[in-house]
Design a protein around this ligand. Structure first.
Ligand code: DCP
Ligand code: MG
Length: 577
């Protein structure tokens, strides 16, 4: 997967990559050339007292050095830009893919891992691309070129290369092999700590209410200690790594000077050649070290690439039809024909043989105990899920044959769990209709009985909303969500238990105002309170995924035992209160 990803995402940047590699090549060659020039100055110029030669070679050296610096800067600069651009593209594609997921696809991964895959995992792959661009060409050339150049300076010292390189590889390799599993386990511990922290922050009220702070603190403490232990182990190995590398480099230097010095003494080798040999050996060792570091990144990045690939390879289970049907009319007639639905992985269907028609201008209410399948039922119309059998029709056309834009322009949902996005109230209200006028916004707020509390604050429509809408009360959030649906002026309204957080009086006022606004639209209301739906044109009584009774309030009071039960239970509650 890693190879596939890198190949796919480097394609648009091939010219850039080629340029980076050329700069890299130039800079490496210049680096390799410098020590031998240095040796020439010492051996030919200084030892013969040839000032002219020193000046000429010195000038050449200066030019080469400047060229080396310039190309190295260019290589790093463009390399970093290219790697970041590839990372950006990859992140963008992961995000787009996840945005196209249906609820089922998101559930099959889970939100936290999708977030990690889109950020941390992409970062790892991006890091490898950066390292690759910076060292892919220079490392092998530096290594082999260095060996060739070193042997040219002096053949009989070559055994130093054959000894020091394997020793370095062995030491660094050993540490890397020990580090790899620790890195992998550290990633898991970070995941664990994120998980605990996330849950505690989201559930902070519950934790407080049940006085679970000590327990939660100890749970976090455990996760924290785990992470610390792994980090300390990694730290211990790193403490070893740098002195070990340093020791090898210094021992090699000492050995070169020792054995080379003897050869210089006996006149078999010149001083310049000795310095050059030393510099080449250090270059080789550093190249080997970088190569090993890079090799260490590959397994980690390839795990991440696999995880990213899993996301990118998903074929979203719900997608727009190839040749969408344009419905002849746009009235908002909703029809369910013998609909059966099962959640993925569940054994029994949540909805069985549900059939009904909701006409424009009418209100259809759905009532039933919790877990009866009401939310599931209303989520089939905007295609959050697709039915297992049967059909859901909007204006006579099955929703599977409509573009999802077409559906969302005509159907507005007020979800059971009201959700607002971080931003301002205005930004949230314009969610479904960006070009709505200020007047339309206030109008919707007035209908949703939310005008007062928006006006209350001086910031008005510009009042900040926190992520999820957590800085307004539950009832205010619900009313803002209702207003958001009203702004889009849809043909079909789906209210999923949207009046539950309102007191009875506000509920009644809201429904009265709604009636005027939704005169021509189809209104589908899921409710718990009988009083909310008593005046609906048709009421469906849902029990265990089946419609057990249907009719108006008065009809149901006479014919439906289930409905009578619900009414009685609520009457007694209200009477007691
Ligand atoms: N269910 C499931 N997977 C989901 C959502 C629900 O398996 N992602 C199951 C749990 C319930 C059944 O489906 O047994 C019906 O769930 P609904 O959310 O449709 O139930 P209601 O909306 O009727 O319940 P409530 O009144 O509590 O909102
Ligand atoms: Mg529900």
């Amino acid at each position: 997967m890693l190879v596939t990803l890198i190949r796919r995402y480097s394609k648009p940047y091939l010219p850039h990559i080629l340029a980076v590699l050329l700069f890299q090549l130039a800079s490496t060659i210049a680096t390799l050339y410098l020590p031998s020039l240095n040796a020439k100055i010492i051996d030919e110029g200084v030892s013969h007292g040839d000032t002219d030669y020193i000046w000429r070679t010195g000038a050449l050296m200066l030019v080469v050095a400047i060229g080396q610096i310039a190309t190295a800067i260019a290589a790093v600069y463009f390399g970093a830009r290219t790697a970041m651009a590839m990372g950006r593209d990859l992140r963008r594609d992961v995000f787009r893919k996840v945005s196209s997921f249906s609820a089922k696809d998101v559930n099959s991964f889970g939100a936290p891992t999708l977030i990690t895959r889109g950020t941390n995992d992409v970062q790892q792959v991006q890091m490898l691309m950066l390292m690759g661009l910076n060292f892919m060409v220079s490392t092998p050339i530096m290594c082999f070129g260095g060996i060739v150049m070193a042997l040219q300076e002096d053949l009989s010292l070559s055994w130093l290369v054959w000894v020091s390189v394997p020793v370095l590889v062995a030491v660094v390799g050993y540490l890397v092999v020990r580090l790899m599993p620790l890195f992998r386990s550290m990633q898991k511990k970070i995941d664990a700590i994120n998980g605990v922290l996330r849950e505690q922050i989201i559930g902070i009220r519950v934790v407080r209410a049940f006085v679970r702070e000590p327990y939660e603190a100890s749970r976090f403490g455990d996760a924290n200690r785990d992470l610390t232990q792994v980090s300390v182990k990694i730290g211990n190995l790193f403490v070893l790594m740098f002195p070990a590398i340093g020791m090898i480099l210094h021992l090699s230097t000492a050995a070169v000077l020792w054995f080379g010095g003897q050869r210089v003494d006996s006149g078999e080798m010149q001083v310049g050649a000795l310095t050059a040999f030393l510099q080449y050996l250090l270059q080789i060792l550093i190249a080997v070290m970088m190569g090993t570091f890079m090799a260490m990144m590959i397994p980690r990045a390839s795990v991440c690439a696999d995880r990213i690939g899993e996301v990118l390879d998903v074929e979203p289970s719900i997608h727009d039809p190839e040749s969408p049907v344009k419905p002849a009319e746009r009235k908002g007639r909703v029809e369910f024909r013998d609909v059966t639905f099962k959640y993925p992985g569940a054994e029994a269907p949540v909805l069985s043989n549900v059939s009904f028609t909701a006409e424009p201008g009418q209100t259809l209410a759905i009532i039933g105990s919790t877990g009866a399948g009401k939310t599931t039922l209303v989520s089939l119309l905007p295609r959050l899920y697709d039915v297992a059998s049967g059909e859901v029709l909007l204006d006579g056309v099955p929703v599977t044959q409509l573009d999802r834009d077409e559906i969302s322009s005509r159907v507005a949902t007020v979800p059971q769990k009201p959700y607002l996005f971080s931003g301002t109230i205005e930004h949230n209200l314009r969610f479904g209709k960006t070009d709505a006028t200020e007047e339309e916004l206030w109008d919707a707020l007035e209908t949703a009985q939310a005008k007062d509390f928006v006006q209350e604050k001086a910031s008005g429509l510009n009042r900040r909303v926190a992520q999820g809408g957590t800085n307004v009360s539950g009832g205010q959030r619900q009313r803002l969500c209702i207003a958001r649906a009203l702004v889009t002026r849809p043909k079909v309204y789906l209210f999923d238990d949207s009046f539950s957080a309102l007191d009875v009086a506000t509920d009644a006022r809201l429904r009265k105002a709604l009636k005027d606004k939704t005169r021509d639209a189809t209104v589908i209301i899921v409710a718990q309170r009988v009083s909310t739906i008593a005046d609906a044109d048709q009421i469906l009584v849902l029990d265990n995924g089946r419609i057990v009774d249907r009719g108006t309030h008065d009809e149901l009071l006479e014919t439906s035992p289930t409905y009578q039960e619900i009414v009685e239970s609520q009457l007694s509650v209200e009477e007691v209160a």
